[in-house]
Design a protein around this ligand. Structure first.
Ligand code: IMP
Ligand code: MG
Length: 181
């Protein structure tokens, strides 16, 4: 069973739901004077579950788009170089973009994507990350909406994987060391 590989639960399903609701409400307030709504870019695959939960808590129109960026492979450390494996489907010029990410670790991926989006002349760009590991940062990233700061532990569940496994766990937990060592 997947749960046998989990050392401890960090955020329960209920805690996640509550925080996502708060984040959706905050975003809805901040963009209340933008009648055309937001252009939310989900960073696949990790942010898929957070993205679909979050957009349903936003009371403004949301246009969907997704990108796939790779800096990891199956390794547990960012390689430091970012590759775009799937680009935006739409022109974001003049759009109010919110980049939706599962977790910001070294910051490498988001730093790169932020520059990339800015170059495409969006009207505004904000970053929404469910989790952040500030102690791991190598590049500064301005997180406008952050679910929780977490310590330097390898987490899985709620979209987060280890070697493509555990994404569908409904809670977030620390993976047992023996699973990856
Ligand atoms: P960064 O470029 O180092 O900030 O890496 C961000 C990406 O690394 C995230 O989108 C995740 O896919 C992955 N990542 C970072 N920390 C974890 C973790 O604890 N568990 C699972 N994936 C992680
Ligand atoms: Mg990711």
């Amino acid at each position: 069973m997947m749960k046998d590989d989990i050392e401890k639960v960090v955020f329960t399903e209920e805690e996640i739901k509550k925080r996502v609701e708060e984040m959706g409400a905050e975003i809805s307030r901040d963009y209340a004077d933008v009648p055309e709504g937001l252009f939310c870019v989900g960073i696949l695959k990790g942010a898929a579950i957070f993205y679909t939960d979050l957009v349903r808590k936003i009371s403004l129109p949301v246009q969907f788009d997704f990108m796939i960026a790779s800096s990891y492979g199956d390794a547990m450390e960012s390689s430091g170089t970012v590759q775009i494996l799937k680009d935006l489907d739409y022109d974001i010029k003049g759009k109010h973009v919110v980049l939706v990410e599962d977790i910001i670790d070294s910051g490498t991926t988001m730093h790169y994507l932020l520059d990339y989006i800015r170059l495409r002349k969006a009207a505004s760009v904000k970053i929404c990350a469910f989790l952040s590991k500030p102690s791991r940062r190598k590049v500064e990233v301005p997180i406008d909406y952050c679910g929780f700061d977490v310590p330097d532990e390898f987490l899985v569940g709620y979209g987060l994987d280890y070697a493509e496994k555990y994404r569908n766990l409904p809670y977030i937990g620390v993976l047992k060391k023996e699973v990856y060592s």
